[in-house]
Design a protein around this ligand. Structure first.
Ligand code: ADE
Length: 230
């Protein structure tokens, strides 16, 4: 799967994604990420990409032309299907099921905004989906794009090693993950739950499922669809 990230800060995106598991996946070619600098497509002699908003108001607006030309240059190079996503607090709120849905795409073009937003006319032309990473406002779309790439990448074949498997973790079955323990058996007088040392896999599985349900009820009752029960 290939991600194209349209941004004014390509190094911010690439430096982060080149680290750790996503970096390893990129080195192996299981994940391809290309950050494309929108400023390279400015036709202005000062390479500016923003201007004052019509109608007045605070801040600057990213202009349609550089964003559109950047998008066109990417689409020309794409083989197969693609979808363009604008990261914005006005989008549908990102969650595991959306990550899963996006992981089946061949090419994703992520558009990162800055300043007070992007000229609406170019959004109407190129954007297929609007995604927010939560109900708060960040200074730009780069961190949301990194979050989206990370969450989608780890669902792609080959990206996680077996021991980091996405199976059984929080949200994979609509529940939070059960508590985990490692050596030593006793730490600061706290013992590991004895069932985990029993070697009885069926009992361990049942205990873990029960812990997942308890934890979800306590911490995220909304996931069980009965948050009003507290
Ligand atoms: N850009 C600024 N804030 C954002 C958010 N919460 N989600 C996605 N894009 C954003």
């Amino acid at each position: 799967m290939k991600f194209f990230i349209m941004t004014l800060f390509p190094e911010m995106v690439m430096d982060t994604l080149s680290t750790s598991i996503t970096g390893r996946a990129m080195d192996r070619g299981d994940l391809i990420v290309e950050a494309v600098n929108i400023r390279d497509y400015s036709t202005d002699k000062h390479k500016s990409v923003d201007d004052y908003p019509y109608g007045g108001g605070a801040g600057m607006v990213m202009q349609a032309q550089p964003v559109y030309d950047c998008y066109e240059s990417i689409v020309k190079r794409i083989e197969g299907s693609h979808k363009c996503i604008y990261l914005t607090p006005q989008g549908r709120v990102f969650k595991q099921s959306i990550a899963s849905e996006l992981s089946t795409e061949e090419n994703l073009i992520l558009l990162c905004g800055h300043y007070e937003g992007i000229d609406e006319r170019v959004l109407e032309e190129i954007v297929d989906d609007y995604i927010s990473i939560g109900d708060y406002v960040l200074t730009g779309g780069e961190l949301p794009a990194i979050v989206l790439v990370d969450a989608v990448a780890r669902l792609l074949p080959g990206v996680l090693h077996n021991e980091e498997s996405a199976v059984g973790e929080s949200f994979s079955d609509g529940l939070l993950e059960y508590p985990q323990y490692s050596r030593p058996e006793i730490w600061r007088d706290k013992t590991v739950p004895p069932i985990l040392l029993s070697g009885d896999h069926a009992k361990v599985d049942a205990w873990r499922h029960e812990q997942s349900v308890i934890r979800t009820r306590e911490r995220r009752p909304d996931l069980l669809g009965n948050d009003d029960l507290g």
